[in-house]
Write a protein that binds this ligand. Structure first.
Ligand SMILES: [Zn+2]
Length: 370
């Protein structure tokens, strides 16, 4: 039997109201001179307050702003900045791409890593994996890290204040875990993988049950279940399942779609959610079962209620010509892509047709009301 090496979980997870302030004691034990990494203007105020909170406790933090998504250039710059300033830890505070960048920099420098997700848009605060993009946001590859973060701080008061769009995106990303893992790993004989797939199913049910309520009311008890489900439980599933619990089509389609130009760049989960619809279309075409069709209509309904894109139009790709779309599909179909984990053979043309079948919102509301 081959050996399986897992990075299942951060060493410590602190979750709840005011988790940040309550974790400062723990941070002081992990580093004395951390580099706080972040990016967007909208989180700057928060990061400055983190800086001051740490200073107050005698931790001489230094701040660093990333210029792009998690890209080689930013990683290099932050790596050298951290080295020159003798930083002994990384505190990554932001969305998925900032968290991915922070984890990778800490990994390269072999220093402690603290992730502070500022939204529930992905499970990047949890995992031992970083996605690398080009400076303009095209997916390049993922990198497996030596370990999960030393500390994850999931502060409800902070995450609750994030734009609802980020939660919706997190829901789409997390719900995809079931549809992807069931397809590629449902038959696995590995107990860990079986348990991860079942956990993904339970998570899907909870998201269906509580997702809309959480999206509409961040003060509800549904919000806690959903936000933690997206940012934390989805990470446990990835950690437990490990490399054997692969994605199927939704994520490779996301990777392909990031190669296109957008006026307003969609969030990770927004593209994954659409990729999931494309996956279900492919499943429908390649099986005799009615299940993919039913799942598709159920998902279109659910994603629409969360204001998530369910068509080429709603991704503002209407003016993207077939040639550009085909290039995105070619990227999705690269030799080492997880899309070849699908239980049937697949080529770029079929993916293109599947994407084009989701033309406009209207077509979809018709389907979902049948
Ligand atoms: Zn994802």
């Amino acid at each position: 039997m081959s050996l399986n090496i897992h990075s299942i979980s951060p060493l410590k997870v602190v979750r709840g109201e005011d988790a940040w302030l309550k974790s400062i004691e723990l941070i002081t034990k992990l580093c004395k001179r951390p580099l706080i990494i972040g990016r967007s203007n909208s989180t700057k105020k928060l990061r400055t307050s983190f800086h001051n909170d740490l200073l107050f406790k005698g931790v001489k933090a230094i701040s660093f702003e990333l210029d792009h998504d998690c890209c080689e250039l930013d990683i290099q710059n932050a790596y050298h900045f951290s080295k020159t300033n003798n930083c002994d830890g990384i505190i990554a505070a932001g969305g998925g791409k900032v968290l991915d960048a922070g984890k990778l920099i800490a990994d390269l420098l072999r220093i402690n890593c603290i992730t502070v997700p500022l939204s529930a848009s992905t499970c990047a605060g949890w995992t031992a994996l970083s996605n690398i993009y080009t400076p303009d946001g095209k997916f390049v590859k993922d990198v497996i890290l030596k370990r999960c973060p030393n500390l994850l701080i999931f502060d409800h008061s902070i995450v609750r204040a994030a734009p609802p769009r980020t939660l919706a995106s997190g829901i789409a990303d997390a719900i995809a875990k079931w549809y992807e893992s069931a397809l590629t790993s449902g038959e696995s004989e590995d107990g860990f993988v079986q348990q991860a797939v079942q956990m993904a199913r339970v998570l899907r049910d909870q998201l269906f049950l509580n997702g809309c309520k959480a999206f509409k009311d961040p003060q509800s008890s549904s919000w806690k279940i959903v936000a933690e489900g997206c940012a934390l439980t989805a990470g446990i599933i990835g950690g437990l399942g490990g490399a054997k619990c692969r994605t199927a089509a939704a994520h490779p389609i996301h990777n392909g779609l990031t190669q296109l130009k957008y006026k307003n760049k969609p969030l990770h989960g927004e593209l994954v959610g659409f990729g999931l619809l494309v996956q279900l279309h492919l499943e429908e075409k390649n099986s005799n079962s009615q299940l993919p069709k039913q799942a598709k209509s159920q998902l279109i309904n659910f994603l629409s209620q969360l204001n998530l894109p369910v068509s080429i139009d709603s991704l503002s790709l209407r003016n993207t010509n077939s040639n550009e779309l085909l290039k995105a599909c070619q990227f999705t179909c690269r030799k080492d892509s997880d899309i070849h984990q699908l239980p049937f053979p697949i080529n770029e043309k079929e993916i293109l047709y599947a994407i084009q079948s989701y033309k406009s919102m209207q077509t979809f509301s018709n389907i979902s009301h049948k």
